[in-house]
Design a protein. Sequence first.
Length: 252
Amino acid sequence: MGFYNLNKEERVQVVAGIHQNILTELGTGIFKQTTRYFADEDTYIRKSAYLAIGKIYQANADLRPKIINLLERLFPDEDFKIRQTVINAAGEIGKADFDCVRHFFDRGLFDEHHSPRNAVIGSIKKMGEVNPVPVLQWARLYLHHEDKEIRREICHGIELRGRKYPQDILPMLQELQHDKTARVRNTLVHVIGQIAYKKGCIETVIANLKLWENRQLVEDALEEIINVHDRYKDFAVLTQDEARQYIADNFA
């Protein structure tokens, strides 16, 4: 039975059991159940496992070396789901302590399967939102990588930090304005739209876009900003018409 086929009380019990079993196995050094959780077909079981790893890491300083060793032991596994869960677990740790898990992302960026690579993107998002300095410094190392998919993943990964603090990522986005690859370019336009609809953000984004040289890309980004204010109208500070008028009044 799937995780969300259970009622709320049963789900709470499952999560508590996963947490306790992982904690117990960190003591024994035998990770039979932990490995099973990391490889589970149910994404919510895997999520419960990597969230448990993050909580245990934060609450038990003495277990932190064992947790890192566990992740390193599981990371080479042939099952992409295990590698994906390792990266997500590393992302939970990296929200407070990035340096000890950065090597998982150095390797995960180049994983042969898209799921671990997507986990890298998601982890950059959640780490960058709350621990931006080391995460953005790391991301910059790959900003101009020769592999277009790496550039795209980095661009996408830094998005969440930009939703509240667009000024933190706009200089990095600006460096990608002349990228010739359509997938990178499309992701760049998407991210610009995503960081422009929260309170105080459109002003910062528009002021920065005035400095960009690639006028066609800027025009596409302005159109995306206007469209985002309709797609996210329940969350945007401005209406679509107000966003359109702001751009007309402030972008020369």
